[in-house]
Write a new protein. Structure first.
Length: 262
């Protein structure tokens, strides 16, 4: 558009010069055309040039304003983004710290729960053992079982068996060598004690009175068991077992099936 305006200006100027040539010659003789016309052209064209450049300047000013506005908005958004990133970092650190505290609290609670469970189990074991002692008065803990050892009266095997049942137990079984050693340590030396083992059902097949099954542990004395049909009941004497007629009277040992806890 600027080129078009300049061309139009020179066209008008040419017409003006042609139309007033005579007058110009009279008023302003052209003695030095290049210099004289140059100054004249500048005087005539200056208002037009200024007019033509104003829109361009205005356009540049508008673009600069828009660019500045974009920069301001960009700067503002960057500050907001930076603030959000800092807040995110702070929240992440706070969350990590909270998780750490929760882990510590959980570990503490788990430890306390374990301690409480242990204490509860110990209390239950103590209560159980106390209840057993109350229920089976006269029984004492030997190994993992409770036994009653008769220290005075003597009875035949059937009566001794009935006495143990009335007390809530049965004539004692001995399950292994350790059990035998623990019991024998509480017995008087050279004293007979009826046990809950017999072959009343079938000769030579010694069964446990409490289970009805073959006795799991038998420690016979030398020459025992005998071959006599009348020797059907077993007693303990100085750590060894003898089969003998059931109608003889001896001391006896009773046992409960309650296990010792703790």
């Amino acid at each position: 558009m600027l080129k078009f305006a300049i061309a139009l200006l020179f066209g008008l100027l040419a017409l003006n010069l042609n139309g007033t040539l005579a007058e110009s010659d009279l008023n302003c003789p052209l003695k030095d055309p290049p210099n004289q016309c140059g100054g004249f052209c500048l005087i005539v064209l200056t208002p037009l040039i200024n007019h033509l450049t104003i829109p361009h300047n205005v356009s540049n000013s508008s673009d600069a304003s828009k660019a500045n506005e974009v920069l301001v908005r960009q700067y503002t958004m960057e500050r907001q983004l930076s603030a959000l990133q800092e807040k995110q970092t702070s929240l992440g650190a706070a969350l990590d710290a909270q998780e750490g505290r929760l882990d510590i609290n959980q570990q503490n609670l788990t430890g306390r729960l374990y301690d409480l469970e242990s204490q509860l189990w110990a209390l239950q074991a103590t209560l159980h053992n106390v209840e057993i002692k109350i229920k089976y008065l006269g029984f004492e803990q030997i190994g993992s079982k409770y036994f009653y050892i008769e220290k005075v009266s003597e009875k035949n095997w059937p009566t001794a068996s009935k006495t143990c049942r009335n007390m809530g137990g049965h004539l004692a079984d001995i399950k292994d060598e350790a059990d035998l050693a623990a019991i024998q340590a509480n017995l008087e030396k050279d004293t007979h004690y009826w046990l809950g083992i017999n072959d009343l059902g079938k000769e030579g097949e010694f069964l446990s009175m409490s289970t009805g099954q073959p006795a799991t542990f038998l420690k016979w004395a030398s020459g025992r068991p005998s071959q006599l049909d009348t020797s059907n009941c077993v007693f303990l004497y100085n750590g060894e077992m003898y089969d003998y007629p059931c109608n003889y009277t001896f001391r006896f040992i009773c046992q409960t099936e309650e296990e010792v806890l703790g």
